[in-house]
Write a protein that binds this ligand. Structure first.
Ligand code: ZN
Length: 72
């Protein structure tokens, strides 16, 4: 069993680790949808971090689903 590397380089690494290990920290579907509607909103700052910086694959997949049903 290898020694877990807990020397995270940045907070983004911590977030990524939490997402991968715990599947946690995803915003509610309602808030996530609100973020995709208005990505610049201050109230969704944490979601922007979660999606853009931590790159949560779950929420990114969600965006593609929204885009697909949102075509103009
Ligand atoms: Zn997520």
């Amino acid at each position: 069993m290898s020694e877990p590397d807990l020397q995270f380089r940045s907070f983004a690494d911590v977030v990524r680790w939490v997402i991968e290990e715990l599947g946690a920290m995803c915003p509610s579907p309602e808030r996530l949808a609100g973020y995709w509607e208005n990505p610049g909103a201050v109230e969704y700052r944490d979601i922007r971090y979660h999606v853009e910086e931590a790159g949560c694959p779950i929420c990114r997949a969600e965006r593609h689903a929204v885009d697909a049903g949102h075509r103009q």
